[in-house]
Structure formats: structure tokens, C-alpha cells
Design a protein around this ligand. Sequence first.
Ligand code: C5P
Length: 202
Amino acid sequence: AQSFTIAIDGPAAAGKGTISKAVARHFGFAHLDTGLLYRAVGARLLSGEDAVEAALALRAEEIDENRLRTAEVAEAASKVAVIKEVRAALVDFQRAFARRAGGAVLDGRDIGTVICPDAEAKLFVTASAECRAERRYLELAERGFDVDRGSVLADVRARDARDSERAVAPLRPAEDAVVIDTTEMSIEEAIAQAVRAVEARH
Ligand code: C5P
């Protein structure tokens, strides 16, 4: 079986995760949320470990989504993500996943630009900061976290700035990426657009 890589990048809370899962399911491909790798390293940093050593020692079993989906770990993840040696340590795992037989969807910040520049399909999923903050706020409130809208928006903006302004692998659309702005879209509509964009290259 041949490999087929779909790269999906974009800022936090733009709908990337939901779209990536749905696209993977639609095509029967495996899915890797690469943010979880940085979150796992961030979690190790919070427990006092050296980030580079943590990235070099990272094992697939540590990628436990529930434990890593907290605002504190997200913050730590975006801090370790600016370290060149941390990013380098995670490259091989991501590229091997991308080349697996039967097809793969990888979502993150630099998949189309750095990890898989030759991906068969590239999407850049985005939305306004206000819209992304509102979605993140509702998601956190639903999960029972005691949060306020203002601080969620401030967090989204701070993480955007750190992800876009860093020297190594900054967040930006690849030149050949299809940009999907989900600000005014339902999730169903966004998924349908993403599937159509991939089908055009399939
Ligand atoms: O997507 P998620 O919010 O889980 O990512 C957490 C952090 O990990 C991001 O804010 C970003 O700094 C970093 N990240 C990255 N490159 C990726 C995926 C995530 O720098 N490919």
C-alpha cells in the first residue's frame, strides 16, 4: 500500500482537531495530533525535567490525551516548542508516522512547512482570535472548568503570538496550502470543505 500524507496546520482552537479526526475517518487514514507530542514534553517540563532530554526520551505510551488537555500543559507546550533541539528530537517520529502505509493525517503548526513539505494535501485551518476564544471558552466550561472569557482570549492571543513569532518553525500557511477560515462556518461545513480540498489532490 502506498502512503498519502495530509498536513493540517493552524492556530489553537480553529477546529483543526475536529476536522483532522473527521478527515482521517473519511479516508480511513491514521491520525496524529502532533500538539500532543509538545504537550507531553511540556508536562515533563512541569514535573521538573529538562525539555530536550524529555523530547529525546519521549515514548508513544506517554501520549495520554486526557492528562495533556489542560491550559497549564498547553502553556508549557508552547514554551518547549520554541526550543530548536526539542523540535528536532520529534521530527523522525512524525515523518515515520506520515509515511505509514494506508495514509496519514498529521495536524499541528509546521506539518506542511517543515515536517512534511511534500505532503500530497495541505490545509491551513484558521478563524478569528475572538471566535477561537469563544469556542475554547465553551469547551472548557462544558468540561466543568471555572474560566472567564477575557482570560481565555488573552491565552489564545499569547499562544498565537508565541507560535507565530518564534524563530524556529513559526506558524504560517505553506505556499501550497488550501486555507479554510472557519469563523463563519459550522463544523460540518468546515469538514466538507476539507474533504473536498483533499479529494482534489487524491
Ligand atoms: O495544538 P495544541 O494546542 O495541542 O499544541 C500545543 C502547543 O504545541 C502549541 O501552542 C504549539 O506551541 C506547539 N506545537 C508546535 N508544533 C506542532 C504542534 C504543536 O509548535 N506541530
